[in-house]
Design a protein around this ligand. Sequence first.
Ligand code: PNS
Length: 161
Amino acid sequence: MSTPRIAVYPGSFDPITRGHEDLVRRSLAFVDRVVIAVAGNSAKAPRVTVDERVALIRQAVAHPAVEVQSFEGLLVDFARRVGASVLVRGLRAVSDFEYEFQMALMNRNLAPQLETVFLVPAFDLTYLSSSLVREVARYGGDVASLVHPAVLEALKRKYRR
Ligand code: PNS
């Protein structure tokens, strides 16, 4: 039996959107398991706790080949612990590229055997980002088509006015 191919899909997921869900589905086309890695020490100072983000992702992506874990410290150390050979990141626009390229090269420097793979989201999800979803939700806009219903409820609770 061959060793299962495991991908880590890291991020802040503040909150998880339909765009993230799309990338998880796309990843399952070329790996056996996806571990969604929720950064506890994200530079973006997330608005909800890491445990809440993990719980929402588990509801949004209920799939036997997908697990959700939080991590602290370096992503490459987490990837090594879970036995991943691939890091998945999404690329939506040219503006993503520089940051993603830097991160991929630094991660390769730290863990040469770990390959970063960039995936392009579905066309109609390309404009989507967690920060835009948060902003629209904060001012009472409709984000129902952009997030899982559990995430929508959490946003409503959070930004109830
Ligand atoms: O969704 P995000 O916020 O763009 O994800 C960024 C994330 C969490 C993947 C990145 O900040 C990260 O990997 N953090 C863990 C610490 C680490 O390994 N930093 C060095 C990356 S080169």
